[in-house]
Design a protein around this ligand. Structure first.
Ligand code: BGC
Length: 356
């Protein structure tokens, strides 16, 4: 029996129900979802963790997802997006390489009637339907607090602190900085710490972070702490510190709980990292994407302000967790890394020593 529009509206089905039918794939399924990841060099996560957890989430729901990686190339990013749009994806999920190219892709998708999700990085001015990420200001605050904790253990009087920020084109780098500035700036202002050199690392390029840090260290050999915005850049800093026999003496921060970062922590060369439960963001993003593909718009509790348009973007923001030497094992318990991955070679003894 056919029900009229008003009957559907009365039953509260108009907003979701009608669109759901028209947006369903020919076979009545959710249709295909396209996902573009940014690169495989700036962090372990993009080549391994995110694709793994995203695939698992879509597989579990029986929805087909096309997950591709732009390898740090903005024109490749756009080519992949064009291919996905013309292949008829119902939803496009992106991690932008910068807001400009991200917005161009989101605009194109919207013109083709495709729903969009910003995954991990907010595209400024992009107008995505949702933003699914971590509480990134808290990520930065945990880095700042972590560095303070490790510097307190060293008991350096008025330590000089250097900073290597993430890419200036990544809105997350701005949010991380906002977080650690809230902890470190008051220490600089009060004179408890001395502000050392600081620089943003283009494209989060790990090798360039190492080169930049070596220049900083040759100018200021008395650097006593380094706020490095992720584990890859932290590892580049640690390699330089090793060259000058300063590793372990100069606490370095990180983020992403990479295998290398966790091993640097076990070795005493890295102060801390920030564990971000990628399975949780992947599951949340997949859930929203599948609903969007069926023409449904799920309600989420949070929003994030797009500084460019002033729009409050509906958001899911997962809380991050700090990891120090004494809780490295938590990352294994969470199922993010395995003991076999972490406790290889020389690290086997360090794992035993630290109860991992
Ligand atoms: C992500 C980090 C990552 C960095 C470099 C940021 O946008 O949030 O997890 O380490 O990009 O890829």
């Amino acid at each position: 029996m056919r029900r009229g529009i008003s009957a559907l509206a009365a039953a509260g089905l108009l907003a979701g129900g009608l669109t759901a039918c028209s947006d369903k794939g020919d076979d009545g399924s959710a249709g295909k979802i396209g996902i573009i990841l940014p690169d495989t060099a700036s962090s372990q996560r993009w080549g391994s963790d995110d694709p793994k957890f995203l695939k698992a989430a879509f597989d579990a729901a029986g929805v087909s997802a096309d997950i591709q990686n732009a390898q740090g190339d903005k024109s490749q990013f756009q080519t992949i997006a064009d291919g996905m749009i013309s292949s008829g994806v119902k939803v496009l999920m992106i991690v932008n390489l910068d807001s400009g190219t991200g917005k161009a892709v989101l605009d194109k998708a919207k013109r083709a009637g495709i729903a969009t999700i910003d995954y991990d990085r907010l595209t400024l001015g992009g107008g995505a339907d949702y933003y699914v990420s971590f509480d990134n200001v808290t990520v930065g605050r945990l880095q700042g607090e972590g560095l303070v904790k490790c510097l307190a253990e060293k008991k350096y009087p008025k330590p000089v602190v250097a900073e290597l920020h993430g890419a200036a084109t990544d809105n997350n780098a701005t949010l991380f900085k906002e977080g650690y500035d809230s902890v470190l700036q008051p220490k600089f202002t009060s004179g408890e710490y001395e502000k050392g050199p600081d620089q943003a690392v283009p494209e989060w390029d790990n090798a360039q972070a190492g080169t930049m840090f070596e220049q900083m260290l040759t100018q200021r050999r008395d650097i006593k702490g380094v706020l490095a915005a992720n584990d890859g850049m932290g590892n580049a800093v640690i390699s330089v510190l090793k060259k000058y026999k300063l590793n372990g003496a100069v606490p370095v921060t990180g983020q992403d709980a990479t295998v290398q970062g966790l091993q640097n922590i076990l070795a005493g060369d890295q102060c801390m990292t920030v564990y971000k439960a990628i399975k949780q963001v992947a599951d949340a993003a997949a859930d929203l994407a599948i609903a969007l593909a069926r023409g449904e718009r799920k309600k989420v509790d949070q929003t994030i302000k797009d500084g460019e348009t002033g729009r409050d973007v509906p958001a899911v923001l997962i809380p991050p967790k700090p990891i120090f030497k004494d809780n490295v094992g938590d990352v294994i318990t969470e199922g993010f890394v395995t003991k076999a991955q972490l406790c290889t070679g020389d690290f086997a003894a360090l794992c035993t020593e630290n109860g991992v």
